[in-house]
Each structure stands twice: as C-alpha cells, then as structure tokens.
Design a protein around this ligand. Structure first.
Ligand code: FPP
Length: 258
C-alpha cells in the first residue's frame, strides 16, 4: 500500500503562516470499526483503509509545514478487544511499519515510538526499533506512533522512574518540578500538543497524551477515520488558527458602547 504520494495531483495546498500553524498535532484515529461494519465488512477492514489515510494525513502535514504528529494506534486499554482484533492490530502495526518506514524516511520524517513494553509483541518492538534507527536523523517532521500507550500509564511509569532515581540519589525530591516529569515521559523532548484531533464523532481524549495536551485546542470531526483526508487536516489547522490561546492568562478587551 505504497501508492500515497507526498503531493497529491490536483490538490491545492493552502499557504498557512508558519508561526500560526500548530507545531504538534495529536490524532485519535477513531471510527475504523464502524466504517467497516457499515459496509458489512469486518472491523479489521477499516483498520486497513486507516493505514493509507494516516500516510495521506502525514503528507498533508508535511505540505503545510507541521513539525510533529502523534497518532494513537493501540492503547493500553485496547487489550480488552477480542483476541482476534488484538492479534490483527499487533500484526498489522508490525506490517505497516515494515511497509511504510522507507517512504517516511524518504519524506524526511523521524519515527518515534511511545508506549509500554510489557505485553507488546516482540516483532512490533523490533519493527519500531528498525524504523526509529532508520529515520533518527530526519528533521522535517517527527511522527510519534503510540502503540500500547496510555496517558495515565505514561505518568505512572515516569513516577516510578523518578522514585527509583531518588532512591539511587540521582535526583533530589525537592528538585522535582513539572520539567522533571516531562523529562521522564516516553518521549522526553516531545513538544506540547497544540491541536488534538479526534475523528469518529466521539468527544473524548481516551487517555491520549494527557500530560502533553494540557493546553491543546480540540477539534472533533464527525468523519470516521477511513473517510478523513489531508484536506480535513488543513480544515482543522484553519480552525486552530482562529482560536484565542491564553494558557491561563487574560487581558481586558473592554467593549465600548459609546
Ligand atoms: C480506532 O477505531 C482505531 C484503532 C484502535 C486502530 C488504529 C489503526 C489504524 C488507523 C491503522 C494504522 C495503524 C498503524 C499501526 C499506524 P475503532 O476500531 O475504535 O473504531 P470504532 O470506534 O468504529 O469501533
């Protein structure tokens, strides 16, 4: 499934001001199962279409200059799905990485895995490491792929490591602050999420990048993930650029009625 091109023929790329664009976009690719079932297909067929949509969206991000995209492929809670679907998603993740790492590399994308090791298939881990190694010097965009990831798990794992380092005397309890916690997360140099997109009509974050999304702007799309396109990503960017981000600050904007 390597028929995705960086520039789609006939597609007019908007020219967004770089300084207004979201730097980091997080995506919950929801709706694959429903998309497939609506077509009398098994849920797994929706995941298969989701692969090319993901590539299209990364290409669309590159075209307008987005620097970081994080995608939620499998959560620590997804183990509750049927054994057949879990097996499919694991094998599929392994194959997507093997299939797409060269094209991502060609596009200048650095691939990074975020998630927990326990339970994750060794073959998936192996492909993740291969993709990370191949693309480690790329700088055009960072693509964080979340597999066996949970936001609470990430914070709990960081707390455990921080406690270990305090015990070892590497870290002083009095030195622990927000930046310390950031350093102990799965991807210590990840930018905060600016724009958080969820497809599939649900309006929740499902434990994705909890710490990193503290001040993210949210964009919920009714479209199911297999129907999402790079144009939809650009629409979300446009909506983001109209938002007033205050990060807790406030200024008087007194309306004059005279
Ligand atoms: C959520 O839809 C989707 C997933 C849990 C899997 C996401 C995987 C892909 C988009 C394919 C790309 C994969 C990789 C490894 C990059 P859902 O199954 O929850 O759909 P539903 O809400 O309709 O049930």
């Amino acid at each position: 499934m390597n028929d995705i091109s960086l520039h789609r023929k006939g597609c007019v790329v908007p020219s967004f001001k770089k300084e207004l664009l979201p730097q980091h976009i997080a995506i919950v690719m929801d709706g694959n199962g429903r998309w497939a079932n609506e077509r009398s297909l098994p849920r797994t067929e929706g995941h298969k279409v989701g692969e090319s949509v993901l590539l299209d969206v990364i290409a669309g991000g590159l075209e307008v200059g987005v620097k970081e995209i994080s995608a939620f492929a499998f959560s620590t809670e997804n183990w509750k799905r049927s054994p057949a679907e879990v097996r499919f998603i694991m094998g599929f993740s392994r194959d997507v990485l093997a299939r797409q790492r060269d094209i991502l590399h060609e596009w200048g994308v650095k691939v990074r895995w975020i998630g927990r090791k326990p339970r994750l298939w060794e073959t998936v881990l192996h492909q993740l490491k291969e993709a990370e190694e191949l693309t480690k010097n790329n700088t055009r965009m960072t693509f964080n792929l979340a597999i066996n990831y949970g936001g609470r798990a990430e914070i709990a794992d960081a707390a455990q490591q921080i406690a270990n380092d305090v015990t070892l005397g590497v870290l002083k309890t009095s030195d622990i602050d927000e930046s310390t916690i950031s350093r102990y997360l799965y991807a210590p140099f990840m930018n905060d999420v600016d724009l958080f997109i969820r497809t599939g009509g649900e309006q929740r974050t499902s434990n994705f990048l909890m710490w990193e999304s503290a001040y993210a702007e949210f964009f919920f799309s009714e479209k199911l993930w297999p129907d999402f396109t790079r144009e939809d990503l650009w629409e979300a960017c446009e909506a983001y650029m109209c938002r007033d981000r205050r990060f807790g600050g406030a200024v008087d904007k007194v309306v004059s009625h005279s």
